[in-house]
Design a protein around this ligand. Structure first.
Ligand code: BES
Ligand code: MN
Ligand code: ZN
Length: 467
């Protein structure tokens, strides 16, 4: 469900707020004057002024008892403010209204984190509700409004990825894309066949729920100098296909369309943020299932544009659907840059873990732009190398390429997957985000809640609104 918490702004700190959050600095001084011995109280609780620290103090209010939440902001860096904002929302779960005296520094990231920490995905009425309302006192309207747009886009991406695959199939995902508020075009299986999208069709053919290619278009009001294409992996469930996954790995694969969800959510937020670039989103959606109609290991498929691939492992399906979409973008859309985002390989979790996503790129400026945007937005990216020596891993004796390495000479599963994708991106500046490690969280902590993270929404919106 979307974030239920509302965010508003007031100019003055109301003196009757029942729940009031007030920041304090490393010297344990509060940002506003309170009728409380704040430094003594904080010293008593051994507060140090760190971000995430909260000391709750009961105070007399006309007609009852209110509470002041003294919150630390550390060095007031964006990172510290995110920690502080998220901690506050978590502390007041189930309460009605929290009035927050805004900290010095970047109020947008603070408010964004406070809202993101309110995200929950519940089926039915299970669990405690987040705080109903956040009121930011002394904050600017604009940063809080932007925080809301971004946080709600992240929440949409999380909702789509958290939805069980019994509900979510490629056609369902296309319908949700249709609600993003931008023009959408959808290829059904007949049109996919007519246009030669052999990768998307091959992955989808084991399922009773046929595949889709979804195109979303954002055109800014002012004529744009650049056209960016975003491509998302939209596997609505990845069983592995005939190369079946073991149960323990399979149970998380409803989020294998997280990249596609990010593309839909980003396209839906660009207009409200007045992004100055033209953006086309492509979501390659299929359900990867084993059945009597499924593709087999050893099949050879023909991708959009005519390239052939020997499918040695049907569980390396993401690259097959992405290859079609990348080839289509290169041949038809004439983009200045292409960025794909995909929960592509378990191997990237081994390399970078659950907090940092991978960026691969054929273009240094593009890689740098994405890394910097990630740093600023809180979706951290690390650039990985496209190691040419490993290219022979994808050689096939009967087709142009194999979809996985036949033996185990090279290894480097995330790198070889990226090398495979590069073959279809043409000569355009291209970047690939492997978000298999960061797409799903195992903990409720800070801005994250258990399940889908929406990783990619913040970095891409940051990057695209910079121009
Ligand atoms: N969807 C998976 C990758 C994945 C794994 C995402 C764990 C999230 C959590 C992908 O389609 C896959 O199965 N990749 C294989 C590739 C292999 C067969 C070369 C993998 O990583 O094992
Ligand atoms: Mn797979
Ligand atoms: Zn997959």
């Amino acid at each position: 469900m979307p974030i239920e918490t509302t965010a508003t702004v007031v100019a003055e700190v109301p003196d009757d707020a029942e729940l009031l959050a007030v920041p304090y600095d490393a010297g344990l001084r509060p940002a506003v004057e309170l009728h409380l011995p704040v430094p003594d109280l904080l010293a008593h609780y051994e507060a140090k002024g760190e971000a995430g620290e909260i000391v709750e103090v009961p105070v007399a209010r006309p007609g009852g008892v209110g509470r002041v939440l003294l919150y630390g902001v550390g060095d007031a860096s964006p990172r510290a403010l995110r920690t502080a904002g998220a901690a506050l929302t978590r502390k007041v779960k189930g309460r009605d209204t929290l009035t927050v005296v805004a900290p010095d520094g970047d109020v947008r990231v603070f408010a964004e984190a406070a809202l993101l920490a309110a995200y929950t995905f519940r089926i039915g009425d299970a669990g405690r509700k987040p705080v109903r309302a956040l009121v930011f006192a002394g904050a600017g309207e604009e940063p809080v409004r932007r925080a809301e747009i971004v946080a709600r886009a992240v929440a949409l991406a999380r909702d789509l990825a958290n939805t069980p695959s019994s509900v979510k199939d490629p056609a369902w995902l296309a319908e949700r894309a249709g609600e993003a508020g931008v023009p959408v075009e959808v290829w059904d299986e007949e049109r996919l066949r007519a246009d030669g999208f052999g990768g998307i069709l091959a992955v989808g053919m084991g399922s009773s729920r046929p595949p889709r290619l979804i195109r979303l278009s954002y055109v800014p009001e002012e004529p744009a100098a650049r056209h960016v294409v975003l491509v998302g992996k939209g596997i609505t469930f990845d069983s592995g296909g005939l190369s079946l996954k073991p149960t323990d790995n399979m149970k998380f694969q409803k989020t294998d369309m997280a990249g596609g969800a990010v593309v839909i959510a980003v396209l839906g937020a660009l207009a409200a943020l007045k992004a100055p670039v033209r953006v086309t989103g492509l979501v390659a959606a299929a359900e990867n299932m084993p059945s009597g109609t499924a593709q087999r290991p050893s099949d050879v498929i023909t991708h959009y544009g005519g390239r052939t691939v020997e499918v040695l492992n049907t569980d390396a399906e993401g690259r097959l659907v992405l290859a079609d979409a990348l080839a289509y973008a290169d041949a038809v859309l004439d983009p200045d840059a292409v960025v794909d985002i995909a929960t592509l390989t378990g191997a990237i979790t081994v390399a970078l873990g659950r907090n940092v996503g991978a960026v691969y790129s054929t273009d240094d400026a593009l890689a740098k732009g994405l890394e910097e945007a990630g740093q600023a937005a809180g979706d951290r990216l690390w650039r990985m190398p496209l190691i040419e020596d490993y290219k022979p891993a994808l050689e096939s004796s009967i087709a142009d390429l194999a979809n996985v390495e036949a033996g185990a000479r090279f290894g480097a599963g995330s790198i070889t997957a990226a090398l495979f994708l590069r073959e279809f991106a043409g000569d355009r500046p291209w970047a690939h985000l492997d978000v298999a490690g960061v797409g799903r969280s195992t903990v409720d902590e800070g801005v994250l809640s258990k399940g889908a993270t929406g990783f990619g929404v913040r970095v891409l919106l940051e990057w695209l609104t910079k121009g």
